[in-house]
Write a protein that binds this ligand. Structure first.
Ligand code: NAP
Length: 247
């Protein structure tokens, strides 16, 4: 059974580890190649994309892939769309492995929005000029915040930001997992008044939500892009994905 895992998440690495070395399985993981020093899954790894849907179809046929598991980040909308189209065309079964989104708890003050642009507008509404907004939505969509030169933006990214930055900003380069104590210290040290995040889900980055609850700060939560729905197999855990693969 030749399995292609579309990776880039902890779940994708856990799935590759779970299937690696099992008799009857040959597993290849693929990464987009966005992060300079990515955490690599065990086993064969391809880095750099397939060249759109047509490229993925060609790859599936050439390598006689029997099953694809899309374990990309919930916001990797293009890759998931390509996976749905390419597996349909190549007639290869597809499973989407997507961790559940976060759930609001007592004491949370979340404001759900549909895009980073809306998030930037909401963060401005929830704060005053001179205050600090903590932005954790990634390094490639910062321009919506750059329209505001009145607030200070604390921007945390894994690699160097790749977009226009607000006039008043501090960039912190870091990658999770984070602790609630560490997040509390950071938010206190920078006197953060609003947190902006994507609804990535998972345990690696929930500490910022705990810290925001403790500090009674509003959180601007960018909702996940909708998946194409018809006929998709979707699971939420690595164990379910292993079972689907027949492991
Ligand atoms: P995207 O916008 O959905 O995909 C853009 C292009 O990147 C795809 O068309 C594909 O290129 C390539 N690509 C993406 N994921 C790939 C994978 N796993 N294997 C091979 N090629 C891939 O994706 P993205 O938002 O840039 O995310 C890129 C990577 O970062 C993914 O692995 C994702 O899981 C991870 N990530 C994304 C976010 C986020 O918020 N978007 C956050 C954390 C991590 P081709 O068309 O050439 O095949």
């Amino acid at each position: 059974m030749r399995v292609l895992i579309l990776g880039g998440t902890g779940e994708a690495r856990a799935l590759a580890a779970a299937l690696h070395g099992r008799s009857g399985f040959s597993v290849t993981s693929s990464l987009a190649g966005r992060v300079r020093d990515p955490a690599l899954p065990v086993g064969a790894v391809l880095i750099g994309g397939f060249g759109g849907t047509a490229g993925l179809v060609a790859f599936l046929l050439e390598h006689r892939i029997d099953a694809v598991v899309d374990a990309t980040h919930p916001f990797a909308r293009t890759m998931t769309g390509n996976a749905v189209a390419a597996t349909a065309e190549a007639r290869v079964p597809l499973l989407i492995l997507r961790r559940p989104g976060w759930v609001e708890r007592a004491g949370d003050q979340w404001h759900r929005v549909e895009s980073v642009t809306e998030a930037a507008a909401m963060a401005r509404k929830l704060s005053k000029p001179g205050e600090t907004v903590f932005v954790t939505t990634g390094r490639r969509e910062l321009a919506p915040f750059a329209a505001d030169d009145e607030r200070h933006y604390l921007i945390r990214t894994v690699d160097e930001p790749q977009d226009e930055l607000p006039a008043r900003h501090t960039v912190i380069r870091d990658r999770g997992p984070y602790t609630p104590e560490g997040e509390l210290d950071l938010m206190r040290a920078h006197d953060v008044r609003v947190l902006v995040t994507k609804d990535s889900g998972g345990a690696m980055t929930t500490a910022k939500l705990d810290a925001a609850r403790t500090l009674r700060l509003p959180v601007v939560m960018v909702d996940r892009p909708a998946l194409p729905t018809i006929g998709l197999n979707e699971v939420a855990t690595v164990a379910e994905a292993v079972a689907w693969c027949g492991g």
